[in-house]
Design a protein. Structure first.
Length: 132
């Protein structure tokens, strides 16, 4: 049985592929909202102590950055292979350019949210433990 986090990651990847396949504005808008909802829920789970109102712009910035990173990963695959498991690289190549890039963007967003939450937790702990 898979862990709930991996199931959510696969759902995020699925909605990313749906966004790559969508042709009309309304469907693309709905799918983008679904992806934003996934990422905001993930951020609230990873960093519950973060200030309110920050999750929407943060998730949008991470999503955009991840899509740009996926695009550069597709153009020059030797750069960021250390972050991505080999099986996922095979999946990206198997899916083709559009869908593979969408799945890569979803995976990178998922990983970057976790890294950012860990970093913010570490910075918060260091601020709490400084002598005043």
């Amino acid at each position: 049985m898979q862990k709930p986090n991996s199931i959510r990651l696969w759902r995020l990847m699925w909605w990313s592929v749906r966004l790559a396949w969508a042709h009309n504005k309304k469907t693309r808008y709905r799918v983008r909202m679904r992806i934003s909802e996934f990422l905001m829920n993930r951020w609230r789970f990873l960093a519950p102590e973060s200030p309110p109102g920050l999750d929407w712009p943060l998730c949008q910035a991470i999503w955009l950055g991840s899509l740009l990173a996926a695009r550069s990963l597709w153009r020059s695959p030797g750069r960021q292979e250390s972050h991505i498991p080999r099986r996922l690289l095979w999946l990206f190549r198997l899916l083709g350019t559009g869908s593979g890039r969408a799945v890569a963007g979803a995976y990178l967003a998922w990983i970057r949210l976790a890294e950012l939450a860990e970093e913010s937790r570490r910075v918060g702990d260091s601020w709490r433990h400084t002598p005043s």
